[in-house]
Write a protein that binds this ligand. Structure first.
Ligand code: NAD
Length: 487
């Protein structure tokens, strides 16, 4: 462990000020396994202070016009963009993802989140109707909810945090955000830009620490009427329990066990590289990653051969290597968890086609203790296996054959999750038919991860409650009121 002096020390950001904390948690560089940063281990006291600040800031911020708030968001987007390289370097070091991905996806998308909601908030109108026979006019108004509690995970740290902060403040709320304790650095860097962008003190408060301590203090606080959460299903259960006595507004964006369905008429030249990416992008640590690949029997052998070849070329390397496709997993515990799934599959009689235990991983000496793992393809596995039912959230995907459309829809739907699916076929009618029958909040056909931020994002079944997106986020972060005027 490095000397304390060399460690990056984060502070909470409450009421426009950076404040130290009584205790701290170690944060690790996933590519070396070394502690490099210390994160405040906040609790109830810090949440109480943040609530007071957010309460004081609410009247002023919520009474600004959407145009005024929009200007602030645009300015913040510009400042983030100016720091893109610095933020990308920090995100890659903190999370283990490749620097290329942080540069081309995480940080640009964080910038876009502010720009997008700066614009979209200007385009809502209320509804208005008349009932002539009763001499009444009815209209709706939307008002911000109040103090929004925002809790985000470690896989896309700044990207997912700003996807919540931007719509919440655009709609006039003040916020208390709690990033993952495993990846807090870019959220802390964001705090340094808030004042310069014109965000008044108390509008955005960021409180760092663990879920059971500071997360629960936030969720249980009676003055926080809304919780927007992205993370795992077991945590969502706990948050739901804690929120229930207060009837809080809840948005839950949870995990997935996402199928890719590949029909015999698929364009394999496009499908194979896209499915390698959908399985292993960001080390497979994206809620939308493919982890069950159903391939029609007639092309199964050809697909598997080409898919395994392409997976072997998906290079695992240190995050700063420009030729790396994949970096390190988030933590030692997570690496162990993912590896255990592969071990379990082996004991069930499955075959490992490439990756863990089959191929060799070459790393520089200083990265030997990092949390690296090769992309792994499993076959000969039953649908009942935990690898086919549970979210692994790592670089492991299962490939299995199917015979016909009806069968594959039933098998794809036969898990508790319902977040994302991909369908590969040149038959337009089939694509529409299958997409409609899949129990999934998102279906990509002949592509993956192409996002239109205006449209609803979210899952069904155990993948969540509610949707995020232009109108959906605005609806969530506001309360609607119907007013009737008799004339
Ligand atoms: P997690 O549930 O462990 O943690 C998420 C956040 O909740 C963290 O900030 C954590 O500190 C906090 N938390 C933990 N326990 C808490 C508690 N008792 N009360 C309040 N807060 C608590 O999830 P994770 O491991 O950080 O992230 C991985 C999960 O997130 C996966 O399941 C993945 O699919 C999901 N995810 C979903 C989406 C989506 O949009 N649907 C996006 C990204 C990740």
């Amino acid at each position: 462990m490095a000397g304390t002096k060399e460690l990056l020390m984060l502070e909470n950001f409450i009421d426009g000020k950076f404040l130290p904390c009584n205790s701290y948690i170690d944060s690790y560089d996933p590519s070396t396994g070394e502690v490099y940063c210390r994160v405040p281990d906040s609790g109830k006291e810090e949440i109480d202070a943040a609530v007071q600040a957010a309460r004081r800031a609410f009247p002023g911020w919520s009474s600004r016009s959407p145009q005024e708030r929009s200007q602030v968001l645009n300015k913040l987007a510009d400042l983030l963009e100016q720091s893109l390289e610095e933020l990308a370097q920090a995100e890659s070091r903190d999370q283990g993802k490749t620097l290329t991905l942080a540069r081309t996806m995480d940080i640009p998308r964080s910038v876009q989140n502010f720009r997008f909601f700066a614009s979209s908030v200007l385009h809502y109108t209320s509804e208005c109707t008349q009932m002539d026979h009763l001499g009444c006019m009815h209209y709706t108004v939307r008002t911000p909810v109040g103090i929004a509690g925002l809790i985000s995970p470690w896989n896309l740290p700044l990207y997912l945090l700003t996807w919540k902060i931007a719509p919440a403040i655009a709609a006039g709320n003040t916020v208390i955000a709690k990033p993952s304790e495993l990846t807090s650095v870019t959220a802390w860097m964001l705090c340094k830009l808030l004042d310069k962008a014109g965000v008044p003190p108390g509008v955005v408060n960021i409180v760092f620490g663990t879920g059971p301590r500071v997360g629960e203090a936030l969720v249980s606080h009676p003055e926080v009427p809304l919780i927007s959460f992205t993370g795992s299903q077991p945590t969502a259960e706990r948050i739901t329990q804690l929120s229930a006595p207060h009837c809080k507004k809840l948005s839950l964006e949870l995990g997935g066990k996402n199928p890719a369905i590949i029909f015999e008429d698929a364009n394999l030249d496009e499908c194979i590289p896209a499915t390698v990416r959908s399985s292993f992008a960001n080390q497979g640590e994206i809620c939308l990653c493919t982890s069950r690949i159903f391939v029609q029997k007639s092309i199964y052998s050809e697909f598997l051969k080409r898919f395994v070849e392409a997976t072997r070329k998906w290079k695992v390397s240190v995050p700063s290597d420009p030729s790396a496709s994949m970096g390190a997993l988030i933590s030692k515990a997570h690496l162990e968890k993912v590896r255990n799934y592969v071990k379990k599959a082996l004991t069930e009689g499955a075959r490992i086609q490439c990756g863990e235990g089959v191929d060799e991983l070459h790393l520089p000496a200083r990265n030997q203790a990092g949390y690296f793992m090769l992309p792994t393809v499993i076959t000969d596995i039953k649908d009942e296996s935990c690898c086919m039912r549970e979210e692994i959230f790592g670089p492991v995907t299962c490939v299995t054959p199917f015979h016909n459309e009806e069968e594959v829809i039933q098998r794809a739907n036969n898990v508790k999750y319902g977040l994302a699916a991909t369908v590969w076929s040149r038959d337009v009618g089939r694509v529409h038919r299958v997409a409609k029958k899949l129990q999934s909040g998102l279906v990509w056909t002949n592509c993956w991860l192409i996002r239109e931020l205006n449209l609803p994002f979210g899952g069904m079944k155990s993948s969540g409650i509610g949707r995020e997106g232009a109108k959906d986020s605005y609806d969530f972060f506001t309360e609607i009121k119907t007013i009737t005027v008799k004339h």
